[in-house]
Design a protein around this ligand. Structure first.
Ligand code: ADP
Ligand code: MG
Length: 695
């Protein structure tokens, strides 16, 4: 498929616009504008009020003022470097126009004494004298009528003036084709949104100061176009996955019942709901593509295991994939007792398996003698073959994006896919990055948790913290001590952790303190974790390798050094490592004063709440979407107009609308479907276009 001809003018070179030569084109490129299309989607971010007043006396200075004047005396620069001045009089008062480095004749030409002019620019008082330095506009009265009352202000770069951008934008807008509407007419009417072309023209010609707010109808419509195009792509991806041949996997519940009977607790309501949703998907003929979202400690592991048991009950196999070796081990460890209850065979397969042992595991997997395998990416290597893989659980932790997930889907043949995330994701981001999936949310925690007491401690009180630890250890408690991310370098982190390890060992005693970090040989890592889990060591000094998944219910103290350098979600994860048993738990967030305002706000949220969903929303509000998840790896689109942080509702609307459109018009061949195809081209949703062409 090729780009529709109606869009050609917008996808031409930027140099086809008036006033844009090679030099200006290079400047435009710096603000991400390479074609007229980019320019029309580059909206003004501010508006200058150019409505004329009779006199500068009518406004509180300093302010941008547009005012008709009579030109008076010219006062040339008295010495080199000094400004030239031109006296002008408006309806009530006299003031000065000030120019630096202005050749005398240009001023004389532009501002002939005794003539009427309209000047517009910022007026300020200097020593009680009102001055307008370098007016933005000097116009003859008849020209002044064409001055927009509200002048758009564009994103600029050194050398690129607003006037040049505005002129090019106006020319680009004049080229806009009249496109058929892709938005549901009922939705457009309800929201009071203008048609596409009108919306773009309105957004570039603001009719007031409110026109640049995201909720102005023209802006909201254009933002919707962006998220709708994105959601349409995700909906197409979802459909492609669902159309792929799936397998009907229906368990009889016999293994799940055994596990439930053996557990000391019942499922939470949220767990029951999630398991039912997953089992229903697996029993359906299409391939499952579901996301399991839940806060730290909400019991995702048990839900995932129940799903794996459905696969086993149906005579098949399940796999759980974790992003790191440590996590894979952790999952294997926590699934172990559950597998024992169910009476199934569970194995671990990682890059560390070598030689005969590995060969034996591979043979058992291929023969179906292993029911559930936990592993790292190693699971997806070519030589790993399953007898009958029916479910792949992927513990994701923000490490993959939509594209990778689709690859995975291709690999697992017709297997169902369940993705788990480590921490809650704000709703708008979940919609943007996981919009191709169905979602189950664990919004309820198992009962009986005691809240974790969270305190902020300045670094200079380190000695007190160590003293507190000594007493706690004497009472039989266990603690994590997380060392700072000094730099994006494991080596530096390691040094910090080793130094802290030595210091704590000296203070608390040999043999009480363990150390784990990413650079340790695998066997030593395991040993350190095992010692801590068994209580042989009481304090575990670690880098963030323990961030996710570690489950030692007896640990009740979490110390984080330089907490201000961590992300909120990360801190929430770390804190989630304690408060897992019945005992009272403490989280000490140590920081290096002085805290920036943002850091203070972030740490304060952690003290206020343990609700991961709320923390995630706040984190997004403070940091912005790009920071929260690396854009490239998340598959998160770069929107020019939509503000992801503030438009969760718009995103949700777009998702249901996109899915509804595809349900009504699967080939996008009806009038609205055709219009939507044009939108996909316009928004450069290449992936969607490819998916459409393969049908
Ligand atoms: P997550 O992976 O969501 O962070 P886990 O699956 O590790 O949470 O569960 C946290 C803890 O809660 C584990 O110790 C687990 O045994 C326990 N747990 C899970 N489900 C329940 C439940 N329904 N009732 C009580 N405890 C539960
Ligand atoms: Mg877990």
């Amino acid at each position: 498929m090729t780009r529709p001809a109606v869009l050609f003018p917008l996808f031409a070179g930027i140099e086809t616009l008036p006033g844009v030569g090679p030099k200006v084109a290079r400047l435009f490129a710096q603000i991400g504008v390479e074609r007229p299309r980019d320019l029309v989607f580059t909206l003004p971010h501010a508006v200058v009020d150019r409505r004329p007043v009779a006199s500068i006396r009518e406004v509180a200075l300093p302010a941008v003022v547009t005012v008709p004047v009579t030109v008076g005396m010219h006062l040339p620069a008295r010495r080199k470097g000094a400004p030239s001045r031109v006296m002008v009089t408006d309806a009530q008062t006299e003031f000065q126009l000030v120019f630096f480095h202005a050749p005398g004749d240009t001023l004389a030409r532009q501002l002939p004494a005794g003539q009427r002019r309209v000047v517009s620019g910022k007026v300020e008082l200097f020593d009680g004298i009102a001055q307008m330095v370098h007016p933005d506009h000097i116009l003859r009265p008849e020209e002044a009528r064409s001055l927009p009352r509200f002048e758009p202000v564009y994103p600029l770069t050194q050398g690129l003036s607003n006037r040049v951008v505005a002129r090019a934008a106006a020319a680009a807008l004049a080229r806009l084709p009249d496109l058929a509407e892709w938005i549901d007419p009922a939705l457009r009417a309800r929201e009071g949104w203008p048609a596409w072309r009108d919306a773009l023209r309105a957004a570039h010609s603001p009719d007031g100061l409110g026109a640049v707010m995201p909720d102005a109808p023209a802006r909201a419509r254009l933002a919707y176009d962006e998220v709708f195009a994105h959601q349409l792509t995700l909906a197409l991806a979802r459909r492609t996955i669902r159309r792929a041949k799936g397998r009907v996997t229906q368990g009889d519940g016999r293994l799940r019942r055994r596990v439930l009977a053996g557990l000391p607790h019942a499922l939470t309501g949220a767990q029951e709901r999630a398991i039912a949703e997953i089992a229903a998907d697996m029993a359906g003929p299409t391939r499952m593509n579901r996301l399991l979202q839940g806060d730290v400690g909400s019991g995702k592991t048990l839900v995932a295991f129940m799903a794996l048991l459905v696969a086993v009950e149906a005579g098949g196999q399940g796999a759980m994939m974790a992003p790191t070796e440590i996590l894979a081990r952790q999952h294997h460890g926590s699934l172990g007792p559950l597998a024992a209850l169910a009476g199934i065979r569970l194995e671990l397969l990682t890059g560390r398996d070598r030689g005969e042992e590995r060969a034996a595991k591979l043979a058992d997997l291929a023969a179906g003698r292993i029911d559930v395998v936990v592993g790292t990416h190693a699971l997806f290597q070519k030589e790993v073959a399953f007898a009958d893989l029916r479910l792949a659980v992927v513990d994701e932790q923000h490490r993959f994006g939509v594209a990778q997930r689709m690859e995975l889907g291709a690999k697992g043949e017709a297997a169902d896919v369940l993705v788990m995330t480590a921490t809650p994701i704000p709703r708008s981001l979940a919609l943007a990055t996981y919009g191709d999936m169905d979602v189950s949310v664990l919004d309820e925690k198992p009962p009986g948790r005691t809240p974790v007491r969270t305190a902020l401690v300045p670094a200079e009180r380190l000695a007190e913290v160590v003293e507190h630890l000594r007493r706690a250890i004497a009472q039989g408690r266990r603690a994590y001590w997380v060392c700072p991310l000094v730099e994006e370098s494991e080596v530096v982190d390691m040094t910090a952790a080793e130094d802290r390890f030595r210091a704590l060992r000296a203070a608390l005693g040999e043999g009480v303190v363990g150390l784990v970090h990413g650079q340790l040989p695998a066997a030593e890592k395991d040993a350190a974790m095992a010692d801590f889990a068994a209580g042989r060591t009481r304090v575990l000094v670690a880098t963030t390798v323990i961030e996710v998944g570690v489950n030692v219910p007896e640990a009740t103290i979490m110390v984080v050094e330089r907490a201000e350098t961590f992300g909120l979600a990360q801190l929430h994860q770390l804190r989630g490592r304690v408060g897992r048993g019945a005992g009272e738990s403490t989280c000490l967030l140590m920081y290096q004063p002085p805290l920036s305002e943002t850091a203070e706000r972030r740490l304060a949220i952690l003290r206020q709440t343990e609700d991961g969903f709320r923390i995630a929303e706040e984190d997004l509000a403070i940091r912005g979407a790009g920071d929260l998840i690396g854009t490239a790896q998340s598959g998160l689109p770069r929107f020019r107009i939509a503000v992801l942080e503030r438009q969760a509702a718009l995103m949700a609307l777009a998702q249901s609308d996109a899915r509804a459109l595809l349900a009504q018009d699967p080939e996008l061949s009806g009038p609205r479907g055709q219009a939507a195809r044009i939108l996909l081209w316009l928004m450069e949703q290449d992936r969607a276009i490819r998916l459409l062409s393969v049908g």
